[in-house]
Design a protein around this ligand. Sequence first.
Ligand code: CA
Length: 423
Amino acid sequence: MSKANNPKLQSWLDVPANSDFPIQNIPFGVFKYKNTAPRLCSRIGDQIIDLNKANELGYFSDLEIPRKVFRQPYLNDFMALGKAKTSAVRERISELFNKRGRKWNSREMVDHLCFAADEVKMLLPVKVGDYTDFYSSIEHAKNVGSMFRDPKNALLPNWRHLPVGYHGRASSIVVSGTPIRRPKGQMMPADATKPVYGPCRLLDFELEMAFVIGQPTELGQSVSTDKAEDYIFGLCLFNDWSARDLQKWEYVPLGPFLGKNFASTISPWIITLEALEPFRVAGPRQTPKVLPYLQYAGEKNYDLDLEVSIELPTGENQIISQSNFKYMYWNMCQQLAHHTVNGCNIQVGDMCASGTISGKKRSAYGSMLELSWRGTRPLPMPDGSERKFILDGDTITLRGWGERDGVRIGFGEASGTVLPALE
Ligand code: CA
């Protein structure tokens, strides 16, 4: 395990209780301060650490990283350096801000490197080349299959044999805080005999995690389950906004299209696989046994609590879902092995989302579709109203974190407010 993960480490920077960003996290992101150019950053507590400035001041000089890597609007070039370099940067940040670390000039560091989190603007951290969405939670797949098809045969015959997925749209992936415009499109309402056009009526969120590709492959090459982690740089929260009425009408036979590609919200921080090491757990037993290329050794799931809250236009808040990343039937290594088994190449910055992460209990369902059971069981809201799906003015916020040995490694949040459809 990386030295930076040592639960005993403490930073000389203040870290508020329950912060997602203790010194053991050291996430990576991209920020902007006033009108300056975007640059790479990390975070401890409520302090944003300017990695470009740290590099200019010589704190990374022995790591032999081209200067321009830290002055980019995206993490892509940094991730492409490979884990030997990126982990060394993470370790170095840990040394710099660790109470018992080397004797650095802490005054200079605070003056030149640190910004209060509320003074900066966090940007989309990754230039996403291709985006793939999986469908890997068995509870979610069963719920959706029961509602739309047959509760006795909720899973289609392929589901337990391969991680089902589809190619999504990268252009509409936005960073937390970006407003979401209600999509318009074609629908076939239950009582209608011909399709109608208009603003989506059944707008939904999907609670997901996504992994980011840090190393490319060549066309024709496949990534095995035991090598997959070498290609995964880290993870973020992912809200796969969904227009259920558009989706239902359009999805046969080629799968999701306009019901999904209008927006996806991610959290601004990429949490490295190294930082998530303490949270590894065994995944669910897979039956029947999967084909050899999908078999894996070791613990490939992660025990990370996930939470969705809704903020109403009146300002009142309510948690509407509490799930966990460990429920995933198919793990990330299997997803990547399957994605590349046909020789499909991957590129730095590609993003693969998990699919909606639902648990067994109703309170752990990861979408309004499931929580309100297709609108048949509306959720009571704190202002006396109720929700079957998401209304204009509602804000949906995803949060995620793991906790071990008194250390909480969190993802920050992926939040978006729904605006009315444009005329
Ligand atoms: Ca999805």
